[in-house]
Design a protein around this ligand. Sequence first.
Ligand SMILES: [Zn+2]
Length: 157
Amino acid sequence: MPLTAFAREATIRVVVDGKPETLDVVFDDRNYGGRGQPYFLCGTCSRKVQHLYLRLRDERLACRRCAALTYASQCMLRRGLHRARDIRRKLGASEELLAPLPRQHMAAAKYDRLVGQLVAAEAVIAAQLHDMVMRVRRRLEHDRHRDRNSNRARTAR
Ligand SMILES: [Zn+2]
């Protein structure tokens, strides 16, 4: 019996909160005999991980890094969105992000202060959204390089 096992792949179907998910599982060939250590493939970054976590944004399963990053950004973003919506309510404006503001119907000083706060809050939200997009893009780029290198190492072995 050969000592090196092949990395095998499997697909598992699970239901999370009523939503079906397909999880990819790979078996590491590092262990001799048996079927090797099973790993999940993170659906976001394709890393091999032993645990998956529920990501709040879309209630999908992801590795801790992907789930946590999103979770932190989500909290910040949610706080910013709440703040912008509160200010918009005070101004009597539509709660929709970046929607036009109504004519001034309060003391000028108060109006100016609220509009200033709103502009700042919405600028922060825009910057956060931009950061999130850039971070995901960088991660995808990074993983593409890493996968290419690890494939090369595997074939060289
Ligand atoms: Zn991940």
